[in-house]
Design a protein around this ligand. Structure first.
Ligand SMILES: *Cc1c(COP(=O)(O)O)cnc(C)c1O
Length: 386
């Protein structure tokens, strides 16, 4: 039998040239290509409006060139002493960790909640006692939102500064507290895609201005700042979003509702079919239904089951990925000083977690093919009847 055609892990969906054209024409006319041009400014206003629909507090958006830079600049904005400790969850993308290290801070790798797979205030409080951390980057892992109000209360109670890494969570993670910067990515694979790009949402206009200034090398552009315009007032970076990336982001927002709806429908259908075949043999991240899923991960019960599934998928030309593995403390033992709290839950989740193919381009037949492959590999055929 010939190998079945490949089912890719992930296929991004971005606006095509017809939908980009009106924005590119605006760039031709404005001749403004970067440095806070009209499309970037309009994008920030547009996102402020979107986020404003979910809260009564005034919110401010600072665009950046990617979420990784957004995290680094948000950390800079806190003004922590060099070597300060920052909690990060063990199960996240490596950028959460590298942002801390590149900022001259020491990551403290922390366990996650067994149901939501998130770092929670309770876990953070425990980790705090043993690490003396002065900040935390908490992650909206796999798009599952963090509770900004609970984290704001945690910040007030403990004095520990909180940043939320919501890189992949646009559409599910809203901002309801004024004192926590929340960082989003617009990488091609994320729910709001611009190719590359990101933004920080926060309730404090001074924090927004500071992040904007840090994204432009740290140069002061405010005539009221008590410092000459054009003088350097911080050590920043170049993390500006270009007008071209803003153009793509605008076009992505134009089709957001439609694409999010498609993502949600395909995800629900897929999840229903997996549950119908595999029942309790598989398990899912607990929490809300994510608005616009970009990946699909399940736990399959044991590392042995996962090995079998991976092998079978490989034979069937179905791509899989162990998302966010190895865990941060398994990645990084030699790259920089770091602290690791006991992470039994993260290690257990990581032992049988697997990402299956997911995109808006998947057909019903492809979904069924993946579901059948999962079912056949998991040794449930013998014990369970439809
Ligand atoms: C994608 C991702 C990032 C990095 O975002 P970029 O915009 O590519 O820099 C950071 N953290 C998490 C959790 C992510 O999923």
């Amino acid at each position: 039998m010939s190998k079945p055609s490949r089912i890719p892990l992930l296929t991004p969906i971005l606006p095509d040239q017809a939908h980009l054209r009106p924005y590119l024409e605006q760039i031709d006319l404005s001749k403004h290509y970067s440095n806070f041009g009209p499309l970037v400014k309009a994008l920030e206003r547009r996102l402020e409006k979107t986020f404003g629909q979910h809260t009564t507090i005034p919110l401010h958006v600072a665009t950046v060139s990617c979420a990784t830079s957004g995290l680094e600049l948000s950390l800079s904005s806190l003004g922590l002493n060099k070597g300060s400790r920052v909690l990060v969850p063990a199960l996240t993308f490596v950028a959460t960790l590298t942002a801390v290290i590149r900022s001259g801070l020491v990551p403290v790798i922390t366990d996650i909640d067994p149901a939501t797979w998130l770092l929670s205030p309770d876990i953070a409080e425990e980790a705090l006692r043993n690490s003396g951390a002065s900040a935390a980057i908490v992650v909206a892992t796999f798009g599952q939102p963090q509770d900004t109000i609970a984290w704001s209360a945690f910040q007030k109670k403990t004095g520990v500064r909180i940043i939320i890494d919501a890189a992949g969570a646009f559409g599910s993670q809203w901002v309801k507290a004024t004192d926590i910067p929340v960082v989003y990515s617009m990488h091609a694979t994320k729910s709001l895609a611009a190719g590359e790009g990101g933004f920080v949402v926060c309730g404090n206009p001074q924090v927004k201005s500071l992040i904007t200034q840090l994204s432009n090398f740290g140069i002061n552009l405010d005539p009221e700042a008590g410092l000459p315009v054009g003088h350097l007032s911080y050590v920043g970076s170049n993390a500006k979003l270009s007008e071209y990336h803003a153009a793509v982001a605008h076009a992505s927002l134009d089709s957001w509702d439609e694409v999010a709806d498609l993502r949600a429908r395909i995800y629900q259908r897929y999840r229903h079919l997996l549950n119908a075949s595999c029942g309790d043999t598989i398990s899912w991240q607990a929490g809300m239904t994510v608005a616009a899923p970009t990946t699909l991960s399940i736990r399959v019960g044991s590392s042995r089951q996962r090995d079998r599934l991976e092998k079978r998928c490989f034979q069937q030309n179905i791509d899989t990925r162990r998302w966010y593995q190895p865990l941060l403390h398994q990645h990084a033992t030699n790259i920089a000083p770091l602290m690791t709290m006991p992470c039994p839950v993260a290690e257990s989740v990581a032992s049988d977690l697997i990402g299956l193919p997911f995109s808006v381009f998947m057909t019903e037949i492809q979904i069924q093919q993946v579901v059948d492959t999962v079912y056949q590999s998991l040794e449930i055929a013998a014990t369970q009847h439809q």
